[in-house]
Design a protein around this ligand. Structure first.
Ligand code: HEC
Length: 152
């Protein structure tokens, strides 16, 4: 009986270790190249999903783009005005420029208040649970790029 409990406990330890290693691997930032203020290539090597990107743009916990930008999302009553309207942004900026803006807008303007969504260092005040983590995953960034590219 005692052995059985120990075995279950050991299995639990192995599983939780397994999961935490996976999580660390997932948090590792993908390498990307910035050229002329743009990141030309998809961070994941694949195109994002614009429908998921739209949801992230609304989500207060993840993208939260609506907090600062007006966007063509009529079902949401509140749109911020801190940043420029994003309607038409895909006509003004290239996909690579939009990707660079979402990854780290400080590359274009060190004083901007827009947060860097794909960077895990250089933040001034970080809660312990967020330390070493980017705000969004590479595929979430790509979903947002895909959605933003529909704003012609
Ligand atoms: C805290 C406010 C804030 C949030 C949140 C925010 N932005 Fe911004 N964004 C700005 C500001 C301010 C600018 C203007 C650029 C500057 O400050 O230099 C900007 C600029 C941009 C631009 C360039 C627009 C142009 O016309 O040049 C894009 C694209 C953009 N943001 C996309 C996003 C997306 C996508 C999200 C959500 C993932 C987001 N932003 C979240 C404040 C914000």
């Amino acid at each position: 009986m005692g052995d059985r409990i120990l075995a279950v406990w050991a299995l639990g330890v192995v599983l939780s270790l397994g999961f935490s290693t996976n999580a660390t691997a997932a948090e590792k930032l993908m390498k990307f190249m910035v050229k002329d203020g743009a990141i030309a290539k998809s961070l994941t090597g694949k195109p994002g999903d614009a429908t998921k990107g739209r949801k992230l743009a609304i989500s207060r916990k993840q993208g939260n783009c609506l907090a600062c930008h007006k966007m063509p999302i009529p079902e949401q009553p509140f749109h911020g005005e801190v940043g420029p309207e994003l309607n038409g942004v895909a006509g003004r900026l290239s996909e690579g420029q939009i990707r660079a803006m979402i990854v780290n807008p400080k590359m274009a303007n060190p004083n901007t208040i827009m947060p860097a969504f794909y960077r895990n260092e250089g933040f001034t005040r970080v809660l312990k649970k967020f330390k070493g983590k980017a705000m969004l995953s590479a595929s979430q960034v790509e979903d947002l790029v895909a959605y933003t590219m529909t704003l012609k």
